[in-house]
Design a protein around this ligand. Structure first.
Ligand code: BTN
Length: 257
């Protein structure tokens, strides 16, 4: 069913700004970026589409979702904290998504730094990009999926697949935007509390993982997040050196069997 913009605007939290809905775009992040560069967007503007022909994820990955089956949107945010803290926003948005999806009774977790998981399957992803004084918070969430494209059929899931019911996307988006503002307000002084909450639903807790950091493959056990939101890893070998990871390739969980 087509996204009902009027219904969404009826439930939109006050923090949201103008809503620009399009049936098809290449990438909502690109639409939002162009609007910012043209001076047409302000903090709170939301760009959403039913389908993206060139949806992007981190590290050059694609984001694929059939028309009308997900939420694909980009929210323009002007954080009111020092630019040094802006990289914390991905954890805030992740927590906002986790808290919202938990309301469906689902045991959803966050995979550092920007993925949302149900069990071992990916439910959503976050791509945040900086343009001038703004962050473009791009979110892709599998909501009412009937069948996944082949390339993600084995690795993805959706809310409706798990709860067996069609989800009201307008109401869901409204709750998510509200929570992004709530959690986003914690990236300054309250960041410690945000980290604590993220750790309660953390996909990688105490897991053995493999990742590539600065071109080098690293194996280790995830200990958690430090006070800045960096991943703490006890490296396998290398005398169990404690590493703080700022950026890594996609992290793979290693099975222990
Ligand atoms: C990831 O999994 O690496 C992040 C995926 C982010 C996808 C969303 S969909 C809306 C917005 N527009 C894009 O092109 N990407 C983000």
């Amino acid at each position: 069913m087509k996204f009902d913009q009027a219904a969404f605007e009826g439930t939109t939290p006050q923090c949201a700004g103008k809503v620009v809905y399009q049936r098809q775009v290449e990438s909502t992040n690109d639409v939002a970026k162009k609007a910012v560069n043209a001076g047409l967007a302000s903090s709170g503007s939301i760009y959403l589409a039913e389908f993206q022909s060139a949806g992007r994820g981190r590290g050059g990955n694609r984001w694929v979702c059939r028309e009308g089956e997900g939420l694909l949107f980009s929210l323009v945010v002007e954080p009111d904290v020092d630019v040094l803290f802006w990289n914390r926003m991905s954890l805030a948005v992740g927590l906002a998504l986790v808290n919202t999806i938990k309301d469906f009774g689902l045991n959803v977790t966050m995979k550092w730094p920007n993925d949302i998981y149900l069990g071992d399957k990916k439910l959503g992803g976050i791509l945040i990009e900086k343009v001038n004084d703004f962050l473009i918070v791009g979110v892709g969430l599998n909501v009412n999926v009937q069948s996944f494209p082949d390339e993600i059929a084995e690795t993805a899931t959706s809310i409706s697949t798990r709860i067996g019911e069609v989800v009201d996307r307008e109401e869901l988006l409204s709750k998510i935007v509200h929570r992004i503002y709530q959690c986003g307000s914690m990236i300054g002084e309250s960041f410690g509390s945000l980290i604590e909450q993220v750790m309660e639903s953390f996909y990688l807790s105490n897991q053995m993982v493999r990742m590539t950091v600065d071109g080098k493959e690293i194996l280790g056990e995830v200990l958690g997040l430090d006070e800045n939101g960096y991943l703490m890893l006890k490296e396998t070998g290398n005398d169990g050196k404690l590493m703080k990871i700022h950026q890594a390739s996609e992290i793979k969980k290693l099975s222990l069997s």
